[in-house]
Design a protein around this ligand. Sequence first.
Ligand code: SF4
Length: 490
Amino acid sequence: MNSMALRTPYLSKSRLISAWQCPKKLHLEKHHSDLAVITPQMESAFAGGHQVGDVAKELYGTADSVEVAFNFKTMVAETQQLIEGGADFPIFEATFRYENVLVRVDVMIPDGDGWRVIEVKASTSVKDYHVLDCAIQDWVLRNSGINVTSISLAHINNQFVYAGDGNYDGLLLENDLTEEVRTLEPSVVDLVAKARDAVTGPMPDIQVGTHCNKPYDCQFQSHCWPSDTKYPVTGLGGSKAKLGEYVALGCRDILDVDENSITAATQQRIYRVTCKGEPEILDGAREALEALPYPRYYLDFETIGPGVPIWSGTRPYAAIPVQWSCHSEQEGGALHHEEFLDLSGDPPMRALAEKMIACLGDSGPVLMYTSYEKGVIEGLIDRFPDLTEPLQGIVNRLWDLHPVVKENYYHPDMLGSWSIKAVLPTINPEMDYSKLEGIAEGMGASDGFIEAINPDTDMVRKLELEEQLLRYCKFDTEAMVEIVRFLRNS
Ligand code: SF4
């Protein structure tokens, strides 16, 4: 180990980006990782990045390209050997270290007497922190003696339509950032110093605010934001900047906030109801629901939106319905349940649409929660123009429960959210999404579906996922039935 390695802590590119977002985040990552709360969304984003990386290897790879295996002890030396050995083929995950800043380069392609460098991201556009990411690489590589002829960011082209033939040529769009990156070199030097201070020094004194979710949702929010009171101030909702100001003033609970400082109508309502300590139920919901004819249908979809499309005719990140649940209710309250889920791995959209059309008949309101279902059905119309008439008929019967709930109901325990998951336990504590085993939220359902159709998933796991997916989607429509009954009887 050289003396520099002994004196200065090792920093990866992701740690530098953490320091750029918030030095306290980096300090906590290094010294208190046990305080992190990793959400399914964070895990899912990580997995998506891997899939895009695999496609990049296919697109940029040649018969003789090499990938440097992840191994702390060998990856820098292995890269050095390849370069010094005169490699004239693409290298993936080449690893360099300068002043103990370690970077792994997604793609390096020989370019005359130098190298063309490509960083691959699962994003659909170039963000400012991507440019910084490339600048960190450029700084380490050039100071390691590499002639970087250009540095580009390759991101997902959301207009790409997959032909279903395993060919992802066109999925990635390259942007040459060389010029911008070179102007950022002084910022990289400053950032490295800032990150070192965050790692070696005491916990940086940073207040919470908008940076807690930009560019990434920070994993330490439950530590930094107040969470140990009955109605944490974050439950007031609205802008994170404003909430951060309340926290800076010493407010931990909604009840600590000065009423006169609240200007937005929604926040005033949340404050008023929370102070009162009782739910607010207005007559508008009952009146609207009483006017709804029977039979009533309660519909919910689950969708997937992979960055690397799976089926022919689909685009990156487009929401593709793969499952639905429907409860139908007759006058008098009799319920009937139907559902659709196909885990064969074949495109399920056509059968999903046809079975939904058959299930929903041709009359009666179709209740959904938020306008998401409308967009999904309109997507099916685009995909299957021959089904336009019955699908448009369903769109015309859609009835969104969410705005009715939002306008007419608030319980202090909803903590500023009118999501179905926040509303349900306040009207029936027995029905709580957090009590569901395994899949308990939309992102989990999406990841669960993708895992279930993977040919490498064993049968036992697949059956377990099938049970969880069916249970979760059914729970969503049961929840709507429960909310409607509650509001009608209130
Ligand atoms: S929650 Fe906010 S203040 Fe706390 S470490 Fe994360 S970004 Fe920094």
